[in-house]
Design a protein around this ligand. Structure first.
Ligand code: URA
Length: 195
């Protein structure tokens, strides 16, 4: 089966799974180039994302899209999704149970897309993959996994609140084209089995 068909099937399965939490919100499955090198993973959809059923299209999404452009990456060339695929009410943080409920689907989504690099946006996404990591300490580093690299970045919503965070967010994204170039070489090293 083709990648696109597998993703369509996965999306249909999520829609049919009425046991998943946050049923009152729309499903925001993810979008972008399914043959991408880089997969961006955020936290959970916000209000605008819920309305438009698209990831990262509100204020923080606009900053992400703009910053990608500034570092020479087209939004259409990457894939963007979230760990929790429906909006928590009042923009509250996703709960551990919600993250766990969507996990099997995110795992399959990552396997199907099979990117070389995962960029986590914010601490929830970072700690999903590396529970011991700290966003302020580890953002901008490159972690080597068995199958892919993991590059933690600040969440663009945090970058909207602080100039210092904005600069660090931009620096992390600016390194991505070089990391893509070096990805195959880095992946020959024996990485963590986690991602
Ligand atoms: N914040 C996220 O983490 N994800 C989105 O899709 C939008 C805002």
């Amino acid at each position: 089966m083709l990648k696109a068909e597998k993703l369509k099937e996965l999306e249909a399965e999520i829609l049919a799974d009425k046991a998943l939490p946050l049923q009152e919100s729309n499903l925001v499955f993810g979008e972008g180039n399914i043959d991408c090198d880089i997969l961006f993973i955020g936290e959970a959809p916000g209000k605008t994302e819920d309305e438009l059923k698209r990831p990262f299209v509100g204020r923080s999404g606009q900053l992400l899209t703009k910053t990608l452009g500034e570092v020479g990456i087209k939004r259409e060339d990457v894939y963007i999704t979230n760990i929790v695929k429906r909006r928590p009410p009042d923009n509250r943080d996703p709960l551990p149970d919600e993250i766990a409920a969507y996990k099997p689907y995110l795992t399959r989504q990552i396997d199907i897309i099979d990117p070389k690099i995962i960029v986590t946006l914010g601490r929830f996404s970072l700690n999903y993959f590396l529970p011991e990591a700290k966003i302020t300490r580890d953002q901008g580093k490159v972690f080597i996994g068995k199958k892919r690299l993991l590059v933690p970045a600040f969440h663009p919503a945090a970058a909207l609140r602080s100039t210092e965070t904005l600069n660090l967010f931009k620096q992390s994204l600016k390194r991505l084209p070089k990391i893509v170039e070096k990805a195959d070489e880095l992946l020959k090293k024996d990485g963590k089995p986690t991602f």
